[in-house]
Design a protein around this ligand. Structure first.
Ligand code: ZN
Length: 442
């Protein structure tokens, strides 16, 4: 809490509750949030705020105001493959369904429409920042920037060719160019996305490690997603994938390890020692029967754990509130302890921990003066939320994604009463139907 330094601000929001996430556990009532120049100017008593001049005043009497959620892992364009292949294990799903469909259809138009669809869905369910790894990250970054969405694009690196690149060198070359193109963007950051240990060989993997360290860039990689992945690596090389990444210099404080379901004590120790982050994607792991990320043990070891939806093809939605609820429930079931991952800690995982994993902790993830005004409002006034004893419990365990009413990113209003201000939903539905028709008819 603080006082504004100016007597006029751009936007003043008067909600029922403010949940700033930092300080941890705080719930403010009778308070307002002031935005100026795209940043949070102050959280202050409502009475005091009423005396300020503001260009725009937003009254949200039944709403909770909180930091926008950070979806720390996904493949946004894959919304166009939502529900395309379900109920098969990861290996079959990738090799017999997803990779062949991608081979046929992925291109600039696919990515443009798929990412637009993903952004609309994420905005309408409370996400204000998403981290992504997919082909044509140049198109995805531009779509996000044009929509006013904050994003961290990890350009893909594989040993083999795709519609976007010929080989590892080509992916890295294009990715570095992309970093250059967006170096002045306030919304978009570009990192390295070596897909997984089993799709990138040692040479390019060490090159990614060296370049990322030089450029202070983030690295995102799928790793230890399933027990089979770890067992196969042990059979082939005698080395666990995380140990190999460590040997190649890839584990560090900028590294985001996605999934991490199959971890032994030494793996957890490696992650902790290197200050690497884990991105937990519980619904994708459940749906593909990939395993359970040992969230409790990771947190105990001091590893930062963020939360991601993964792509819509394996989830099948991008609702991070839903993911948050699943993460909280699953943590309790896996630990056999109902006090594991309580509501406030779960909400922190979907906000501040996500920001930390993305290296954006100084800029986003909590409602603190000086941070970018990435703010969402959730309407808790409907009958399904009554009575309401604890707003944070309601946010975490209730159906909150569909109740997100407003969203600001960098102080700009992007969602007003559930209507996106920069995306035409009618056009978007038409484009999605067009793709459905094309993809279904092969
Ligand atoms: Zn993924």
């Amino acid at each position: 809490m603080n006082s504004p330094t100016a007597d006029s601000v751009d936007t003043l929001i008067f909600p029922r509750w403010i949940i700033p996430v930092a300080p941890a556990g705080q719930v403010l009532e009778q308070h307002a949030l002031a935005i100026k120049g795209g940043r949070i100017e102050a959280l202050l008593p409502a009475q005091q705020a009423r005396r300020l001049r503001a260009e725009r005043v937003v009254e949200l009497p039944d709403h909770a105001l909180l930091p926008g959620l950070v979806n720390a892992h996904g493949h946004a364009a894959m919304t166009l493959l939502r529900g395309y292949a379900d109920d098969v294990p990861l290996h079959t799903w990738l090799q017999e369904h997803i990779w062949p469909a991608e081979g046929r259809f992925v291109g600039e138009d696919f990515v443009r429409d798929g990412v637009s669809l993903a952004i609309a869905e994420m905005l309408r369910s409370g996400v204000t920042t998403f981290a992504d790894m997919y082909f044509f990250p140049d198109i995805a970054a531009q779509v996000a920037q044009d929509a006013g969405m904050r994003a961290q694009m990890h350009f893909p690196v594989f040993d083999f060719p795709s519609a976007w690149g010929r080989d590892a060198d080509d992916y890295i070359h294009k990715g570095l160019q992309l970093r250059d193109d967006f170096k002045h963007s306030s919304l978009i950051t570009i990192g390295f996305g070596p897909h997984a240990p089993y799709t990138v060989s040692d040479g390019p993997m060490s090159r990614v490690a060296t370049l990322a360290a030089e450029l202070d860039a983030s690295i995102q990689i799928h790793v230890h997603e399933t027990r089979q992945e770890v067992e196969q690596a042990l059979r082939d090389t005698g080395e666990r994938p995380l140990a190999r990444l460590h040997r190649l210099g890839l584990l560090g404080p900028r590294t985001q390890c996605v999934h991490a379901t199959e971890l032994d004590a030494a793996d957890i120790e490696l992650l902790a020692q290197n200050n690497s982050h884990v991105v937990h994607c519980p619904e994708s792991n459940l749906k593909l029967a990939s395993g359970f990320c040992p969230v409790g043990k990771l947190l105990e070891a001091g590893v930062n754990v963020a939360l991601g939806t993964d792509g819509a093809a394996s989830n099948n939605d991008l609702d991070l509130f839903g993911e948050l609820r699943t993460a909280a429930l699953l943590a309790k079931a896996v630990a056999g302890d109902a006090s594991a991952l309580p509501a406030h800690a779960a909400l922190a995982m979907a906000t501040l921990s996500g920001a930390r994993a993305l290296g954006l902790e100084e800029r986003i993830g909590s409602l603190e003066p000086g941070k970018a005004a990435d703010v969402i409002a959730v309407d808790l006034g409907d009958v399904e939320s009554q009575p309401l004893y604890h707003p944070v419990s309601q946010l975490v365990y209730g159906n909150s994604g569909s109740r997100v009413s407003h969203s600001w990113i960098g102080g700009r209003l992007l969602l007003e009463n559930r209507a996106p201000t920069t995306i035409n939903l009618h056009e978007l539905r038409e484009r999605a139907r067009h793709w459905q028709h094309r993809i279904a008819n092969g």
